[in-house]
Design a protein around this ligand. Structure first.
Ligand code: NAD
Length: 272
């Protein structure tokens, strides 16, 4: 039986003021983990510019929260096209006058047999999963350096440090994203900028629903994923969002060039 997302469309966020005065850009914000980050951050009084290649859908997410009193503005963006980044940062500066946090969340699964893979697949994977994050950093860093403070959060993956057969070249790009995180974290720490990564394991989003639906028995494949995890479940987008929230606040001032794994302990398990 084909699998569908079993999530409420918008997770219920906890309200507070942990991001009061912070201006945040989130990519990949039209659905999944990015959308959950927006829900979580707006609830903590962040002022947001959210971007996605699905321009209409990301505008709907922004309108949803604006209707509820939040300051959330949307911009269509293909993260892999460097020139398009300018409009996103310009919007943040025009609306809010600064950029405190960038969350690079946009990403795609490209899972191919290495030798059957086309050059186009290879380039698409790197263009979105690695170049996209770099172009974002490239665009916000001058503002952050000028401010003397800034915070970049890259949504990496357990594939940034572990290899699962059949997933090439996604882990190559995600390893690169972790390298980018570490390199920029070290490079710009003296200027008051932190760069960290979050490495989610299996999270229930459309990305994985599509993946399961590619198998002859999607239900069995979903169950197999659940059984791989010590808590016998996979993660929810809001669980990644809460970790991004922690990193985005001033509660993590000495966490830099780090990668926080969110996988229910799966990557520590040797054999089940
Ligand atoms: N779901 C998981 O299990 C999981 C695990 C580890 C890492 N991740 C990472 O988390 C991030 C979010 O994934 P998700 O599960 O929410 O997936 P998703 O497919 O639900 O959402 C990804 C979003 O990125 C957007 N996007 C894709 N290409 C883009 C582009 N070129 N420019 C701008 N936006 C683009 C999509 O439109 C979509 O809104 C990705 O970087 C993914 O690699 C996900």
């Amino acid at each position: 039986m084909a699998q569908a997302l079993s999530l409420p469309e918008v997770p219920a966020p906890k309200y507070g003021d942990r991001l009061q005065d912070k201006v945040v850009i989130v990519t990949g914000a039209a659905q999944g983990i990015g959308e959950a980050i927006v829900a979580c951050f707006q609830a903590q009084q962040a002022r947001l510019v959210i971007a996605d290649i699905q321009g209409e859908k990301v505008e709907q997410v922004a309108a949803h929260w604006r209707d509820r009193g939040a300051q959330v503005y949307a911009q269509a963006l293909d993260v892999s096209v460097r020139e398009q980044w300018r409009a996103v940062v310009d919007l943040a500066i025009a609306r809010f006058g600064r950029v405190d946090v960038l969350v690079n969340c946009a990403g795609v699964n490209v899972f191919r047999d290495p030798l059957a893979m086309t050059d186009e697949d290879w380039r698409r994977c790197f263009a979105i999963d690695l170049d996209g994050a770099w172009f974002g950093c490239r665009e916000v860093l001058p503002h952050m350096i000028e401010q003397g403070t800034g915070n970049i959060i890259n949504i990496a993956s357990t594939h940034s440090s572990h290899i699962i057969p059949g997933c090439f070249p996604y882990p190559v790009a995600k390893h690169g994203l972790l390298g980018l995180t570490r390199a920029l974290g070290i490079e710009y720490a003296p200027q008051g900028i932190r760069v960290n990564a979050i490495a989610p394991g299996y999270i229930e989003t459309q990305l994985n629903v599509d993946y399961w639906n590619g198998f002859p028995d999607p239900q069995a494949e979903r169950q197999r994923a659940l059984d791989l995890h010590p808590p016998r479940r996979i993660g929810q987008p809001v669980e990644v969002a809460m970790t991004a929230l922690f990193l985005a606040t001033d509660e993590a001032p000495f966490i830099n060039a780090a990668c926080l794994m969110i996988d229910g302990g799966r990557s520590v398990l040797y054999h089940d």
